[in-house]
Write a protein that binds this ligand. Structure first.
Ligand code: AHG
Ligand code: MN
Ligand code: MN
Ligand code: MN
Length: 336
């Protein structure tokens, strides 16, 4: 027995997927997604040696300066998804338009993804990640799929997850029935189940997470809400990595609040709905948290209830421990 390291019943992500869904296409799709994440993890960890740091020299539709690793990660993920033969429509942060998969390789799922999140951190080796959300197409299989298969409310998501390339490679996933955490065992090349169902802590750490460089651009309510976290006794701790995956992963596991509000510069917020806001909102809600836009388009909105009109739409994001998020909503309630 010892020669197998004492583990004769390894709880892999693959086994979790098979047991969690009886749908063979979703199983195959998740197999391809985890291969994509392992491949991007390898590229991220070799980037410094392989000369993959730095700019690609282009700008994406969101106006981001695209990094070499953004393009590489996008190509890895697009190929994994296309070759799964389970996808009909793909939306990537790094592609202006949705990809309609050729009929010979088309399947019944649609995936929106951020191939490399936090890529401004890649050259200094601060953690980054990949984020994805999965929908089932609504167009009939004899119709050609289209963007309407994926431009839907976040409540239609069937699965959401992220992979974080940190000190370990963690993959967090929900099929809507509980959030589970897996850690890559590089000696096996498999993600191993390490935690789940994951719930936001009942005794959360007092942490607020936002880019305070934007403080002067926020509206009065947001400034008052963040000031309250800083000026109470004892004050909240400030933690901000600048990669959404890392800031959300810490919020999920430790509790607290993550905020990327709208401001005078980014009037509808910076984070993109389909491949940042929705998947993270789905995961946080399934873990017992709240994900709201705060005051947006004249009202307080649950992120998952938004109905995007463009695949690169943005929205403000305030998510995390319910009591912390509620304190922000209470401030907004006084001004509307
Ligand atoms: P991406 O690297 O995929 O473009 O996403 C970057 C996002 C998100 O990861 C993070 O929360 C946010 O940008 C940080 O923005 P600031 O640098 O403006 O704080
Ligand atoms: Mn980007
Ligand atoms: Mn991102
Ligand atoms: Mn990105």
């Amino acid at each position: 027995i010892d020669n197998v390291g004492g583990d004769t019943d390894t709880k892999t992500l693959q086994r979790f997927i098979i047991s969690a869904t009886k749908d063979i296409q979703l199983t195959l799709l998740m197999t391809s997604i985890q291969m994509g994440c392992k491949s991007i993890a390898r590229a991220v960890r070799k980037a410094g040696i392989a000369g993959l740091y730095g700019l690609h020299g282009s700008e994406n539709v969101s106006g981001d300066q695209v990094k070499k690793l953004d393009v590489l990660s996008d190509e890895i993920f697009v190929n994994c998804l296309k070759e799964s033969h389970c996808c009909a429509v793909l939306v990537s942060e790094e592609r202006d338009d949705p990809i309609i998969v050729e009929a010979a390789k088309a399947g019944k799922y649609c995936v929106a993804f951020d191939p490399l999140d936090g890529s401004s951190n890649i050259d200094c080796n601060v953690s980054t990640g990949t984020i994805f959300a999965i929908y089932e197409r609504i167009s009939a299989s004899d119709q050609s799929p289209s963007v309407t298969d994926i431009l839907r409310a976040g409540t239609a998501i069937v699965a959401a997850g992220y992979c974080m390339y940190g000190s370990a490679t963690d993959l967090v996933l929900t099929f809507g029935h509980g959030v589970h955490r897996f850690t890559l065992d590089p000696t096996l090349g498999e993600f191993i189940h390490t935690q789940g169902p994951v719930k936001l802590p009942a005794k959360p750490k007092h942490i607020y997470s936002c880019n305070e460089g934007n403080y002067s651009l926020w509206d009065d309510a947001m400034r008052a809400a963040v000031d309250a976290f800083k000026h109470q006794d004892p004050p909240y701790a400030a933690r901000y990595v600048g990669s959404m995956v890392s800031d959300v992963h810490r919020t999920l596991l430790y509790g607290g609040i993550f905020l990327y509000p709208a401001d005078r510069k980014s009037k509808i917020g910076k984070l993109r709905v389909l491949y940042e806001g929705f998947p993270m909102a789905k995961i946080v809600e399934d873990a017992g948290g709240i994900a709201t836009t705060g005051l947006f388009q004249g009202k307080i909105q649950r992120v998952l209830d938004l109905h995007p009109s463009n695949v690169h739409d943005r929205c403000p994001i305030i998510l995390g421990t319910p009591s912390d998020v509620q304190r922000v909503l209470d401030v907004y309630a006084q001004v509307i």
